[in-house]
Design a protein around this ligand. Structure first.
Ligand code: HEC
Length: 347
């Protein structure tokens, strides 16, 4: 009986989980960059030049809104990190890491002799600088939505690095966005229609709900990987109103139905978020001369965030595989010695 109850509870839990998953399915499925991730699989490793560019993108673009509180500058120069140099096993001595840190001004954690907090160049031991003093300041500056800390964002979101990549490179192109006059649906049904034909108050109701200027996204111009728009699905009627201060992204979890002019059953995947498109082509100038396309920057910063979420991944993999092979050989040896030791005993 007890076993049955446990089984029933387990099944109920599973079906709830399945429902939650179906709910999240409203967003487009995140996809990998072309060629996949170099760090995938049990022998995959991070691509160091890409991690270095990724840090540059974080530093020059994302760090003005997003903190990474679990990272210190010295982590960048640790084994497996983007700026590791075997000549400096202690990253605090690595001149390049020192220079990267010193490039950022942080508020000193200890007060000076008159009790104020000075600003000083960061040192390798310092935490990555946080752009806002606290979460309320972050909210106030970003339309009410605080930018989440990015230290472990790749572990915290379904789809991991592919999600970050898809989100950042998946905003509709600006050609698809226009501002035009939209007549709210309510206007077509006069509010005060009392059934009397030619009642002058009907006309008054119609005039008092004016057309509004709205930002609209032409969905036929938005390319969503893996989402085939059905014939006529996003035709002229299939437009999307973008709420002020909110940006449409097909990979963001959410629901576009209330914003969609057209058949609500065919509303496009995705949702709205308070972060606008960040990685416009050429937003950074890569030190290594790589062309800064939107996809390239999204790829590099997503890989950098994947490394930040698990900085010991390279060590884990390079140690893990030999250990697995060793354990495999050991099990075979143990099996044969067991057979040999017990060979004369009936069992
Ligand atoms: C101008 C400020 C700003 C900049 C610059 C910025 N973001 Fe954001 N970001 C935000 C805000 C605000 C949110 C929260 C949006 C929301 O929840 O509506 C956010 C949310 C996110 C999310 C989480 C989305 C989710 O699933 O909840 C990720 C991932 C992200 N940003 C990555 C980045 C990366 C990577 C960069 C640098 C390329 C970047 N952001 C640059 C403001 C910014």
């Amino acid at each position: 009986m007890k076993a049955f109850r446990i089984l029933a509870a387990g099944l109920a839990g599973l079906s709830l989980a399945a429902m939650a998953h179906a709910e999240g399915g409203a967003a487009a499925h995140p996809h990998e960059p072309e060629g996949g991730w170099p760090f995938d699989g049990i022998t995959g490793q991070f691509d160091m030049p890409s991690l270095q560019r990724g840090y540059q993108v974080y530093r020059e673009v994302c760090s003005s809104c997003h903190s990474m509180k679990l990272m210190s500058y010295r982590n960048l120069g640790e084994p497996g990190g983007p700026f590791y140099d075997p000549d400096y096993p202690n990253p605090n001595d690595n001149p390049f890491v020192k220079a990267l840190a010193a490039d950022v001004e942080i508020q000193s954690p200890t007060p000076n002799e008159v009790g104020d907090y000075d600003f000083r160049p960061a040192m390798p031991a310092d935490q990555f600088r946080s752009p806002y003093a606290n979460v309320n300041a972050a909210r106030a500056a970003n339309n009410g939505a605080a930018p989440p800390d990015l230290s472990v964002i790749v572990k915290a979101r379904h789809g991991g690095a592919s999600y970050v990549y898809s989100l950042l490179s998946g905003y509709p192109h600006e050609d698809a966005i226009s501002t035009r006059e939209v007549t709210p649906a309510a206007v077509t049904t006069p509010a005060s229609d009392n059934g009397t034909p030619d009642d002058p108050s009907d006309d008054v109701a119609e005039v008092s709900t004016p057309a509004e200027m709205q930002t609209i996204i032409d969905m036929s111009k938005v390319d969503i990987a893996g989402h085939e728009a059905a014939e006529g699905e996003h035709g002229d009627a299939g437009l999307l109103i973008q709420p002020a201060g909110q940006y449409y992204n097909p990979y963001m979890a959410g629901d576009t139905t209330p914003q969609y002019i057209g058949d609500p059953r065919r509303s496009p995947p995705g949702g709205f978020l308070a972060m606008g498109p960040q990685l416009t082509p050429g937003r950074v100038t890569f030190a290594d001369g790589t062309e800064a396309t939107t996809e390239q920057m999204a790829h590099d910063v997503a890989q950098f965030l994947a490394w930040a979420s698990e900085p010991k991944q390279i060590t884990r993999k390079s140690l893990g595989l030999p250990v697995m092979i060793y354990l495999g050989i050991l099990s075979v040896l143990l099996w044969f010695s067991y057979k040999r030791i017990w060979r004369k005993v009936e069992h």
